[in-house]
Design a protein around this ligand. Structure first.
Ligand SMILES: [Zn+2]
Length: 299
């Protein structure tokens, strides 16, 4: 693959079948180009290069393990009490998107107007998506630089709340219409963050561990008692058994971190690596095999 820098702003690449294609030089490639992918998004053409940068994943990482709670109110909270969050869609953009949705509903399918409204919607969402991607990359860089092990909930086991589809008893209204906007507001890019972490981890030697984290938001990190009533509000956790108080997301992130230690001690190494066995800083607690249930936890 031949890539040539033309000037400060432009470069060109010789692609199979297409020949020379000029593109805006937005970042240095930093390695041997292996392949190129041309794509079209929101009315713009993009080219991306797969590059072999020759980087080797380091063997040793000086940082300590961390647990991460991925939430709806705050995108990511760490067991050390750091909050990673930003607004992906501005109130103005949400309002504009809502208006465009109504316009689209009135426009005749297949008409020029319909296509124009659709394109305007895609432009708005394109900005939101780009913001989310940038946030995930930045957070992933910070987290992998600081920590040798990152423990996340396995999203397949996470109880997804807040949905427009409502429940069996209370079905939601305008489900299809709300979905696009809700996704933009509520979607904190959990899966994308996981991908970004895995990508960044290859450069720092950080290990990414997934745990099944049932009841992490209802379990007291100090006495391990599970009680739905301990979760006083979105932000406040106050244990009904021992009185321990913490930010609800930080408490959950600490439980997630503990869940990784539990998996290792219960079943030997599990292939998650020696580093997980290091105890996280903070008070050491006896970890019971089963959570202690006080009252019936609500799902
Ligand atoms: Zn407690």
């Amino acid at each position: 693959m031949v890539v040539e820098r033309l000037n400060h702003k432009w470069a060109r690449a010789k692609l199979p079948k297409l020949g020379w294609v000029a593109f805006r030089w937005t970042r240095s490639l930093g390695g041997q180009v292996r392949s190129a992918t041309v794509s079209r998004r929101n009315g713009h053409w993009f080219v991306s290069f797969l590059v072999d940068d020759g980087a080797v994943t380091p063997e040793h990482h000086a940082g300590a393990p961390v647990g991460i709670d991925r939430g709806v109110a705050v995108a990511a909270t760490t067991s050390t009490g750091d909050f990673h969050d930003r607004e992906f869609i501005t109130p103005g953009e949400a309002e504009r998107y809502r208006r465009l949705q109504h316009k689209l509903a009135r426009a005749k399918k297949g008409s020029r107007n319909h296509a124009r409204v659709r394109a305007a919607m895609n432009r708005t969402m394109g900005r939101v998506t780009a913001r989310r991607a940038g946030f995930c990359a930045q957070s992933a860089h910070q987290l992998t630089t600081r920590h040798n092990v990152i423990v996340l909930e396995d999203l397949r086991t996470k109880n997804m709340t807040a949905s427009a589809s409502g429940t069996m008893d209370k079905p939601g209204k305008n489900v299809a219409q709300k979905r696009g906007l809700n996704r933009a507001i509520l979607d904190k890019g959990w899966h994308r963050l996981e991908l970004a972490l895995r990508n960044a981890a290859r450069y720092t030697g950080t290990e990414i561990v997934l745990v099944n984290a049932a009841y992490t938001s209802q379990t007291c990190n100090v006495c391990k008692v599970v009680d739905a009533k301990s979760r006083k509000s979105q932000a406040v956790f106050a244990c009904t058994a021992c009185g321990h108080q913490a930010h609800a997301d930080v408490n959950a992130a600490r439980n997630i971190l503990n869940a990784a230690g539990l998996a290792v001690s219960a079943c030997g190494d599990l292939g998650v690596g020696r580093s997980v066995k290091q105890e996280p800083s903070g008070p050491r607690e006896a970890v019971p095999d089963q959570p202690v249930l006080a009252g019936i936890p609500r799902h």
